[in-house]
Ligand binder design. Structure first.
Ligand code: NAP
Ligand code: MG
Length: 479
């Protein structure tokens, strides 16, 4: 007899999605002119119509942010600003189920992750930065720090509310005002956040949210009224932004792509490492910039790890993101699914061996089974390029130095993982790895107190912690 889980669907009745949304400018919702659909990637259901901001809307949002900066926000004491941040954090907690359900419907990630990771961490970012607002002179960044003014913020679709929190909370704590654009595939929780700003009675214009696509993002980047750009997304768009701001006075931070190495030494606790590998690359469908997408295995334990990993992958529950037992949800969009398929196909043609966990994928929506490629070499595209999906490339090594050389052989440098029971080896390896975040005997752990960001083509500057504050203050951040 085979035991299985009974369905455990989360109810969607807590959210009320409007048929159409406008932009949030100067404290009010303003009707849009053109619209595009918000799609649930698990069902292909059209959830709502989202407004596409053009020149006029972006300009109105920047003017509202400038006015709020000049008249209210830059005049307010840190202590008062902090109260608004605390209020926002508490409202996010109170409405956390609503946020989690909406995030899962719009993004396709499992409700378990939006409920237990995205939303609590988003609230934690506001709490953490609320605490800094009146203590900036004690952050070790100088005693007379000044905000930039108006921050233009552009975020991706993989952690919609969490990336908003990473951007908005430090900007407000340091006294900047904001014009934010969510990704075109995931605007709904940002629009719910706009309601939270109203509920918290945040002064009008301190946070403005304009929805739209890449052209809207470009309008923000190139607007002369913006003082600072904060961007999270692909390295390709990051480079376009870097070029656009180079001849201007704008300050910029970029959080870009990654191709992290997760290194398993032969003395690692293998069963724990298996959990870390799974969490490293299958969390959030692998739509994670710091995903451990290159597994670098010591040859002596490679067969054992691969066998145990396949067995564990067979237990990953793929399907309805609204089911509380689901581990792996829907791929965020049709375009992303095509990109994952295309890059995976190069793994086959270039000679790696593909293995996918046997699972029944739903008929509607966008799905990709958890997959590993063994026999991968450093020359293969699947070892070099970010797949941004539930696909793991496995390479092997014989000596510790070879592991480091392979791990660092990438244009990226966002994160890395080290699995070993030997402290000296962990310290040695972490000093050799050129990556912004290094986890040892764990993976994908996030905390607002800890700076996050990359080396090389993974970005400029840090978000989170004391380092993240500096990005929003004149003269101490990445200019
Ligand atoms: P993307 O295409 O770079 O998009 C990111 C954001 O930029 C979206 O809001 C996008 O609008 C907007 N955008 C597109 N073209 C633009 C332009 N020319 N000027 C200004 N804004 C523009 O990336 P994505 O495909 O959404 O996200 C996946 C990528 O983000 C991956 O490569 C991943 O590694 C990276 N990422 C990095 C981090 C990090 O912290 N380092 C975190 C998450 C994701 P649309 O809504 O139209 O797409
Ligand atoms: Mg969507």
């Amino acid at each position: 007899m085979k035991f299985d889980y009974a369905p455990a669907p989360e109810s969607r009745s807590i959210v009320s999605i409007k048929p159409k949304y406008g932009h949030f400018i100067d404290g009010k919702f303003v009707a849009g002119r053109k619209h595009f659909p918000a799609i649930n990637p698990a069902t292909e259901e059209i959830l709502s119509q989202i407004a596409l901001a053009g020149v006029a809307e972006v300009d109105a949002a920047v003017k509202a942010a400038r006015k709020a900066y000049t008249i209210t926000w830059s005049k307010m004491s840190g202590r008062e600003r902090g109260k608004y941040l605390f209020r926002i954090a508490r409202i996010m907690q109170e409405r956390s189920r609503e946020f989690a359900v909406l995030e899962t419907l719009d993004n396709g990630k499992p409700i378990r992750e939006s409920r237990d990771v995205d939303i609590p961490l988003a609230a934690a970012h506001f709490f953490y930065h609320a605490g800094w607002a009146d203590k900036l002179e004690y952050a070790g960044l100088g005693t007379s720090t000044k905000p930039h003014g108006v921050a233009g913020q552009i975020i991706p679709w993989n952690f919609p509310l969490l990336m908003l929190a990473w951007k908005v909370a430090p900007a407000l704590a340091t006294g900047n005002t904001v014009v934010l654009k969510p990704a075109e595939n995931t605007s709904l929780t940002a629009l719910l956040f706009a309601e939270v700003c109203q509920q918290a009675e945040l002064p009008a214009g301190v946070v403005n949210i304009v929805t739209g696509n890449g052209s809207t993002g470009a309008l923000i980047v190139n607007h002369p009224g913006i003082d600072k750009i904060a961007f999270t997304g692909s390295t390709e768009v990051g480079k376009i932004i870097a070029r656009a701001v180079a001849p201007t006075q704008k300050s910029v931070t970029l959080e870009l792509g990654g191709k992290a190495a997760n290194i398993i030494f032969e003395d690692a606790a293998i069963d724990e490492a298996i959990e870390g590998i799974v969490n490293g690359v299958f969390f959030n469908q692998g739509h994670v910039c710091c995903a451990g997408s290159r597994l670098i295995l010591q040859e002596s334990v490679a067969d054992e790890v691969i066998e145990k990993l396949k067995r564990r992958m067979g237990l990953i529950r793929v399907g309805d993101p609204m089911d509380k037992n689901t581990d792996l949800g829907a791929i965020n969009s049709k375009e992303q699914l095509l990109k994952i398929r295309e890059l995976s196909a190069t793994g086959d043609t270039e000679g790696a061996q593909r293995w996918s966990a046997p699972c029944d994928l739903p008929k509607k929506g966008f799905w990709f089974a958890p997959t590993i490629f063994t026999g991968v070499t450093q020359a293969h595209r699947i070892a070099r390029e970010e797949i941004f999906g539930p696909v793991l490339s496995v390479l092997t090594f014989r000596t510790p130095q070879e592991a480091i050389d392979k791990a660092n052989n990438t244009p990226f440098g966002l994160s890395a993982g080290i699995w070993s029971e030997k402290g000296s080896r962990i310290l040695w390896a972490s000093q050799q790895l050129r990556a912004g975040v290094i986890w040892s005997n764990t993976f994908n752990k996030f905390d607002p107190t800890s700076p996050f960001g990359g080396y090389k083509e993974s970005g400029w500057g840090r978000e989170g912690g004391r380092h993240g504050l500096s990005a929003y203050l004149k003269g101490v951040g990445h200019e």
